[in-house]
Design a protein around this ligand. Structure first.
Ligand SMILES: C[S@@+](CC[C@H](N)C(=O)[O-])C[C@H]1O[C@@H](n2cnc3c(N)ncnc32)[C@H](O)[C@@H]1O
Ligand SMILES: [Zn+2]
Length: 282
């Protein structure tokens, strides 16, 4: 959900100019109406508190197909990651997510003198990663957590989870990872888990993550890659194939990271998942 003030932070998908909201608010959140570009008059709907901020004709290829799956199985996603996935790759959800978050170097942010900071989660899903960040934010710091996703089902589940857990200051809306509607250099951390292998154009989405990150910011990405394939048995190979049916070559997309990014590193966080991290250079 977003407030009118949050709109100052989002730019027009067509001309990158500022936006206005026309419609009704509920408890200061945009509720029903339209978000309109002040310059080019393009508009996007807000329905039941959710901004639909993408151009349908640009949602292409695997993104379209995967959206149907995520919408259909939204409620099952997080329970499956918690209970079924560990039976396939022999690691608990907590263990592999914790290994992932080590690379985001949040403690450096918490230790810095800066009081306020912003994190962007590309593909927030049902919000499972909020639990790995929000409880660790020191009281003296103010975190603005932004999350975008392309699936209404996943975001609706996320909304319920946020309300249930009482998390505050989470700004989420529907948007496409290939077109991040934010200004350049505005996030202190940018991360993504679990979908880039199915993106229509991973290189474009990585370019976008780099663009919106501040210089020196760690950008951390995880998705499926079979670790040490020679030592995986038939069951593991079959499970991996099942999980990545949409991807001909599941791998860490290091080829999409521009050469001027520093500290490019790939580590396995389970037999099925890689964690790729790098820093945005000046
Ligand atoms: C496997 S889930 C992971 C969700 C969450 N990041 C997590 O770690 O639990 C992948 C998510 O990516 C989203 N997604 C897929 N394609 C997307 C796109 N082009 N732009 C934004 N989100 C997308 C899906 O809707 C889904 O919520
Ligand atoms: Zn515009």
């Amino acid at each position: 959900m977003l407030t009118k003030k949050d709109l100052n932070f989002i730019t027009c998908l067509h001309c990158e100019n500022p936006l206005s909201f026309y419609g009704t608010e509920k408890k200061a959140f945009l509720y029903q109406g339209v978000v309109v570009c002040k310059n080019c008059d393009k508009h996007w709907p807000v329905k039941n508190g959710l901004l639909y901020y993408y151009n349908e004709n640009k949602v292409q290829g695997t993104d379209r197909m995967m959206r149907v799956l995520y919408n259909t199985f939204a409620k099952l996603h997080d329970p499956a990651v918690k209970y079924l996935l560990p039976l396939m790759h022999y690691r608990t959800e907590t263990a592999f997510r914790k290994d992932f978050f080590k690379e985001l170097k949040l403690e450096d942010l918490f230790k810095s003198k800066k009081k306020k900071f912003r994190i962007l989660e590309v593909s927030i899903g049902a919000g499972a990663n909020l639990d790995y960040i929000l409880p660790h934010v020191p009281k003296a710091k103010e975190l603005e957590y932004w999350g975008i996703d392309l699936s209404t089902g996943m975001v609706a589940t996320c909304e319920k989870n946020i309300k249930k857990k009482g998390y505050k200051n989470i700004k989420y809306f529907l948007a496409d990872a290939h077109f991040l509607p934010f200004k350049d250099n505005c996030f202190d951390r940018v991360f993504h888990i679990g979908a880039i292998g199915g993106f229509n154009d991973p290189k474009k989405s990585i370019k976008e993550m780099i663009r919106v990150a501040k210089t020196g910011t760690p950008i951390v990405i995880s998705d499926e890659a079979l670790h040490d394939p020679k030592n995986r048995n038939l069951y593991e190979k079959a499970m991996f194939k099942f999980l990545t049916f949409y991807d001909r070559n599941p791998h860490a997309p290091t080829e999409c990271v521009p050469e001027n990014c520093a500290h490019l590193k790939v580590k396995p966080i389970s037999n099925f998942y890689y964690c790729m991290s790098f820093k945005k250079s000046a």
